[in-house]
Design a protein around this ligand. Sequence first.
Ligand SMILES: Cc1ncc(COP(=O)(O)O)c(C=O)c1O
Length: 385
Amino acid sequence: MYVPGWPGLKPGYFFGVPSTNGLPFPLNAQNKTYFYVARSGIYHLVRALGFQNGDTVLMPDYHSGVEVWAVRAAGARVRYYHINRNMEPDLDELRQLSRSNPRALFLIHYLGWPQPMKELMALCRERDMILIEDCALALLSEVDGQPLGSFGDYAIFCLYKTLPVPNGGLLVQNKTVLPALSSMNLKRCDWVSVVGRSAELMVEWMRGRSEPVGNALAWAKRAGGRALTALGVNRLPVGDISPDFRSPGYDVTKLNIGMSPLCMAMMTRFDYEAIRHKRRRNYSLMQEMLASRVPLGRKELPPGVCPLFFPLLVPDKRAAARALRERGVAAVELWNYGFPEAKGEEGRDARFLRDHVLELPIHQDVTPSQVEYVADQVLSLGLNF
Ligand SMILES: Cc1ncc(COP(=O)(O)O)c(C=O)c1O
């Protein structure tokens, strides 16, 4: 069995009729800018806010690296706060750090779970800090009926992590609207990158249904990719968080590229309620199957959360990911590295998470029998702690 890591792109999304249900937040937000990837939104936000060297942003020590890179590339200084094993900040530490007058607090809603917004918003009001919500992993999640990303002054989303679109980062301005962001002249992304990534997502869709056909298409796709590389045709990557900060994903000159119009058209055709429902169903089923082995203290799935993946704690991440991939499960090693400058500031819990969290797919294309298959592999391989 093959269990894909990403929700696949089914051909119907290219031609289907737009849904009559309307778009959910943040796609219906009043002030928004679509970029090719989310890092562009972070970079342009910090630039538009006019951060100079010395203006500080508080950022979590547990991060992908690319959000910190974008904030630093835009000219701000970063101070790190610690994230505990439950993927939450220590509010006392944040209070302490906020006394040094940072201009902004940058928070990440990990896996789709909300951070304590009441407390964090009160702290930002009290210390006059700008609140930036990083919802890269939290599209369609809510707390108390309010969408994540609608609390802070600004919010950033990675659309392509939850939805089967070939690219798309979104910056939302909830409060003070910055004119520089509303009138951006973004470049159109090249069609080869869009076609290439769409083809990958279609192959994923096919492999989840018929392995032989999907494998043949995957082989053809790889051969096509190699031919384009040999011809010197560059493609703009999506979600490049490799530790090599010289890779194409970290090219500042590529940060002014917009989301492709194809993504916008596709986004009118998705059933967002069904996406959230299936992710929640799969998460709960996986949790049930793994019973007492559920990691991170996140035993409950609170109402409104749209989980991005199932976090499995394993002693040896690399070996576990390899073993699962050999059995057809596209498991992903989450954030092995952060931004290099942050390493010295990293707390024990962030290190622990980097060493031990493996992502298991529970997205909307995963069927209940695939969830059972994944859980069976985890248990039979004895991968969990
Ligand atoms: C928490 C977080 N923020 C921001 C980003 C940047 O997203 P993008 O790769 O779309 O630029 C990522 C990417 O993985 C991320 O994990």
